[in-house]
Design a binder for this molecule. Structure first.
Ligand SMILES: C[S@@+](CC[C@H](N)C(=O)[O-])C[C@H]1O[C@@H](n2cnc3c(N)ncnc32)[C@H](O)[C@@H]1O
Length: 446
């Protein structure tokens, strides 16, 4: 079935409409139902197979590109056509920014949010090799050997073999290569190998490798450590156990080096434990935090509440002018990192509390925060109505909302509106080149 891709919409998806006439006549939307297709470029004419048909729309998978868009480019990665890791390597970086800008505006206008977003800015000058953390599956092949793999974009329950990745650094690619060779040559029982995660401090060159098995033992552990130690940048190696092959309740055993690695953002250094969240694009984080800083315009002597603070990085970044910063985070290891980070950076006016954000808000003495700036940086699911309700009762001067999900951001902005906190300004930032993800920072005041 032949369709013309009209534009990019959310989640790295191109929009077309089914056309029942022959030949393909432009994109008259009255012709047929909407069809969503991945890995395409606006202007492509593609032959698709329909999947997952619904009453008002359907999804399609490209069988063949009949006429490529004039703006289509060759993806540098040989795995792009199958791998679910990237959406947009077939689109020039300038056009990726243009499409993300349009999508972000559309998300806000659909939600009837009456503010014109700033033009999207790139997090950094590096649209490739920017990730500081990446996870691969061990692919167990029929001949008994292993390779590394990620989920397929079109059949997410299946894996596609990956020899190298254009989002992680070259050192990570070398680590994968030498480890695969070693395991295939020296290790007999490989069936327990499940995943590998590589984390990197881009500003320090320190690497952490985590090998995750479903069984209790890591066969050939000493040999694996010896091979990995050949890469001098590897400062930390964990063997992590997950009998249920899930990322919940991981049991981590340090098998080499230091339990933590470090990263640098601007003048600050941060320690990171394997359990702690850290923004994945280290080079882009400075841009993100600079946007937060300039939007917040913290005045000397003000209080700052950094909710969902992770390793304390935003609070530490903003601490120089504030009277006091309080960070709240639920993961104990991240709170430990945050406390260590305040010492590492000699920040006297910051403290971190391990708590659930909603619990913490219930315990807060709100009168202390009337003139404060509250920063929220929740996971992709965003905030909840209870948190928005409770936050609004603090009556703080301003809320800075950092979000990696425009849809939940827009939903939450509408809930804040009901509590008289209005979005005044919003800056989208591209922290995730080659993928569909969009980060943004919004300023809300009464
Ligand atoms: C998107 S990360 C932001 C971290 C940090 N602001 C940064 O820039 O690196 C969200 C953080 O919220 C934490 N978190 C998730 N749910 C939470 C909750 N209910 N209460 C407190 N912290 C939570 C996560 O562990 C994670 O560290």
């Amino acid at each position: 079935m032949k369709v013309l891709i009209e534009k990019m919409v959310f989640a790295g998806i191109g929009l077309a409409h089914l056309d029942y006439g022959e030949p393909l006549r432009g994109h008259d939307k009255s012709k047929g139902k909407a069809v969503f297709v991945k890995k395409v470029v606006p202007g492509d004419v593609v032959d698709i197979r329909l999947i997952n048909e619904k009453k008002d729309f359907t999804f399609g998978v490209v069988k063949k590109i009949i006429k490529p868009s004039l703006t289509r480019i060759d993806p540098p990665c040989p795995h792009f056509d199958k791998c679910g890791g990237c959406d947009h390597q077939n689109i020039s970086y300038d056009n990726q920014l243009k499409y993300k800008d349009e999508i972000f505006k559309e998300v806000l206008s659909r939600a009837k949010i009456d503010v014109s977003p700033e033009t999207i800015i790139p997090g950094s000058d590096h649209p490739f090799f920017y990730r500081n953390s990446i996870r691969f599956f061990f692919l167990h092949k029929q001949d008994g050997s292993v390779a590394f793999a990620r989920h397929r974009y079109d059949r997410p329950s299946e894996l596609v073999e990956i020899n190298s990745c254009f989002l992680q650094s070259e050192v990570s690619n070398k680590i994968l290569k030498s480890l695969k060779e070693h395991i295939n040559n020296k290790i007999e029982h490989k069936s327990g190998l499940w995943q590998i995660k590589i984390r990197e401090g881009k500003g320090t060159g320190e690497f952490m490798v985590e090998i995750i098995t479903s069984g209790e033992t890591l066969e050939g552990k000493e040999g694996i450590v010896e091979v990995l130690k050949d890469t001098p940048d590897i400062k930390s190696i964990y063997h992590t156990v997950t009998p249920s092959k899930s990322l919940i309740n991981l049991r981590r055993n340090l098998i080499y080096g230091s339990p933590i690695i470090h990263e640098k953002i601007g003048h600050f250094t941060f320690q990171i434990s394997p359990q702690s969240f850290f923004q994945t694009n280290s080079l882009g984080v400075k841009t993100l935090y600079d946007v937060v800083k300039s939007m917040a315009e913290i005045k000397i002597g003000e209080r700052v509440l950094d909710l969902y603070c992770g390793t304390g990085s935003i609070g530490i970044y903003l601490s120089t002018l504030a009277k006091e910063v309080v960070g709240v985070e639920s993961v104990p290891e991240a709170v430990r990192d945050a406390n260590d980070n305040s010492k590492l950076n000699k920040i006297p006016n910051i403290k971190f509390i391990r708590d659930d954000v909603l619990n913490y808000l219930f315990s807060l003495k709100t009168s202390n925060y009337k003139l404060a700036t509250v920063i929220v940086d929740p996971p992709r699911a965003g905030l909840t109505p209870e948190i928005i309700d409770k936050l609004s009762t603090i009556n703080c001067k301003q809320i800075i909302y950092v979000s990696c999900n425009p849809s939940t951001f827009a939903r939450d902005i509408k809930l804040f509106e009901k509590k008289k906190y209005i979005l005044r300004k919003v800056q989208p930032i591209d922290m995730f080149p080659q993928t569909h993800h969009i980060e943004c920072v919004g300023l809300l005041t009464k």
